[in-house]
Design a protein around this ligand. Structure first.
Ligand SMILES: *Cc1c(COP(=O)(O)O)cnc(C)c1O
Length: 595
């Protein structure tokens, strides 16, 4: 046996011995503590994250031990990673395989001439804590082992690798650990990738991590992944202006000064009368608040909430939270909404406690018709205008029915989580406030059915910062919509594209001829690393819960619309180049027939 092999076996026995003595935990793997080990995992995963890499990648965990990096990856829900573990220890691998059935864990001495290293072919490779201990090897022996291992692995790595070693910039070096000068590490990697070397020593441990990334030639690069929605809310610096006010007031919720400020500023922006905009913890809470303030809880005589199946789940859940059983009706093919003229003569109307009209994708409703419906039937009408904020800004004072807005991150105006109710008058507004605050009014007595649906001061701070940047953000989104329209027209598919101002600026929809074509387009986009989404799934009646818990009429149009309106990627910083990629992919795929 050559001395290298002997060294490696000694090293393996060290680790196996640790596992036997301390078990499968940080001590058994010679880490000083668990927190440091998790920090190190995060620093390693930077290799992938820095590339803004959300597309599927293969990651090789070299010297994986019992597979704890994979546990960390799963904790962080990094679902784009396909993991391969490699180690020399059958003891550690047996534990790993037991913990993660179905994952590939390979036993391999990569320096062995006969080893098939192509089996570890990957996009990224990390070696975490593999080169930090040298035990009783000399520095030179360990250095030779590290350098030859890295050189042997590199040809199997498509994008980049990272490893950590102990630093030499420390008060004292431990003889059993491998302290390597940053120059030596950088030189080793420079030989492989030229200047594309990064050294990180800023994470508070007595070590550093060295990264090498291949320069990717444009031609064979895997193109950048485009997500269906990439929200961008007010950034930290703009948010920081508002936070000291919370420290100073020591009011954290309960209609504090920031919430009041936010309500005033939105009131002004949307051209509303004072006192009618009430913020909420979410769009769903806002909708429940509006329902409770208008029709109260469901009653035995009127157990149903009438609503379209063509909407997001929250519409029906908000009704259920107020005790109603959803009753789904179909929508009109041109407006995508319930048709009040059709519903007026519907048999079951006397069993309905509330009608929830949805503004699909923010599209504004015809209020006159619904005011008339409300007056004629006596049934309260509440509007789910979750995604209509920017459209309402274009129509100051437009809303006269009670309406709920969502300020969720994916909507145009966003506070992270949050929402608001636009009340028809100040008295209704007071009832909403009460319904969102335990039913309290002027005392701590619960006087009405209610939830806790108040917005906190922290979310209000985000909202205020978001308002500061609102003109810039909405302009950016409108520019994206404009580019989509222009480019689609050039490719002959302009008529199928639906954008703001018909719908909210956070959506761009492609209206396919039917569900089959939409599915083909969806898959063609995936092939090009572009995500798209059927925002309302296949209609609410198809959700497991609502399938059992609801009643419904014929939903022919809903089925048709839900499957053929494909949501295309939107982000304030979506570039023209990305939009061109999306549109040309759609234009090319459109001619295709089902396989
Ligand atoms: C976003 C949305 C909601 C829910 O809003 P949250 O703020 O996420 O609770 C409700 N209805 C529709 C139509 C939506 O698009």
């Amino acid at each position: 046996m050559d001395s290298r092999k002997r060294r490696l076996i000694e090293l393996r026995e060290r680790y196996d011995d640790g596992l036997r003595r301390f078990g499968d935990n940080f001590a058994g793997l010679f880490y000083p503590n668990e927190a440091d080990r998790l920090t190190r995992f995060d620093v390693m995963l930077d290799l992938i994250e820095r590339e803004n890499e959300h597309a599927p990648v293969v990651l090789c965990d070299f010297g994986c031990g019992t597979g704890d990096l994979l546990a960390h990856i799963r904790r962080r829900s990094m679902q784009n990673i396909t993991y391969i573990g490699v180690d020399i220890s059958p003891v550690a691998l047996a534990i790993a395989r037991k913990k993660f059935p179905g994952v590939s864990f390979l036993e391999m001495d990569v320096l062995d001439e006969s080893a098939d290293v192509t089996a570890i072919s990957c996009d990224f490779l990390v070696a975490t804590g593999v080169f930090t201990g040298k035990f009783d090897m000399s520095h030179d022996e360990m250095w030779a082992l590290v350098a030859s291992t890295i050189r042997r692995l590199w040809p199997q790595v498509r994008r980049g690798l990272a490893f950590n070693v102990m630093s030499t910039i420390v008060d004292w070096e431990r003889s059993d650990l491998f302290h390597l000068s940053m120059d030596d590490a950088a030189r080793l990697l420079h030989d492989l990738v030229g200047r594309n070397v990064t050294i990180r020593a800023d994470y508070g441990l007595y070590e550093y991590t060295a990264y090498a990334r291949r320069e990717i030639a444009k031609s064979h690069s895997t193109v950048q992944y485009i997500p269906a929605m990439k929200p961008q809310i007010a950034t930290t610096p703009s948010l920081l202006r508002y936070l000291p006010r919370i420290d100073k007031s020591r009011i954290y919720s309960n209609h504090g000064p920031l919430v009041l400020d936010l309500q005033n500023r939105i009131t002004e922006l949307l051209g509303l009368s004072p006192g009618i905009l009430i913020t909420a913890a979410s769009g769903t809470a806002a909708l429940s608040g509006a329902i409770l303030a208008s029709s109260g809880c469901a009653s035995e005589e009127r157990p149903f909430a009438l609503l379209p199946a063509f909407t997001f789940a929250a519409t029906a859940l908000a009704a259920e939270a107020c005790g109603y059983r959803p009753y789904f009706l179909d929508v009109d093919p041109s407006t995508w909404m319930l048709n009040p003229a059709e519903i007026k003569d519907w048999d079951n109307l006397e069993r309905v406690g509330v009608v929830i009209v949805v503004c699909p994708f923010g599209r504004l409703i015809n209020q006159d018709q619904w005011m008339k419906f409300q007056a004629e039937t006596g049934i309260p009408v509440v509007v789910d205008a979750a995604a209509s904020f920017d459209l309402l800004q274009r129509r100051p004072g437009h809303i006269v029915l009670p309406a709920a807005l969502s300020f969720h991150a994916t909507k145009t105006f966003a506070t992270g989580e949050g929402g608001g109710v636009i009340a028809p008058d100040a008295d209704f507004g007071r009832r909403v406030t009460q319904a969102l605050n335990f039913g309290f009014h002027a005392s701590r007595e619960t006087r009405t059915a209610a939830i806790n649906g108040k917005m906190s001061e922290y979310n209000a701070a985000v909202g205020l910062a978001e308002l500061d940047g609102w003109p810039t953000k909405i302009t950016a989104l409108e520019t994206v919509a404009g580019s989509y329209r222009r480019i689609a027209k050039k490719h002959g598919i302009g008529d199928e594209l639906i954008t703001t101002p018909l719908i909210g600026a956070n959506y761009v929809l492609f209206h396919a001829h039917n569900g089959i074509e939409a599915q083909i387009l969806h898959e063609a986009l995936i092939e090009k690393s572009i995500d798209s989404r059927f925002w309302y799934g296949g209609g609410l009646h198809r959700h497991e819960h609502f399938f059992h818990a609801s009643r419904r009429g014929q939903l022919v149009v809903t089925e048709q619309l839900a499957t053929s309106l494909l949501g295309l990627p939107v982000a304030p910083d979506l570039t023209e180049e990305m939009i061109s990629r999306i549109i040309s992919c759609l234009a090319n795929a459109r001619g295709r027939r089902p396989k």
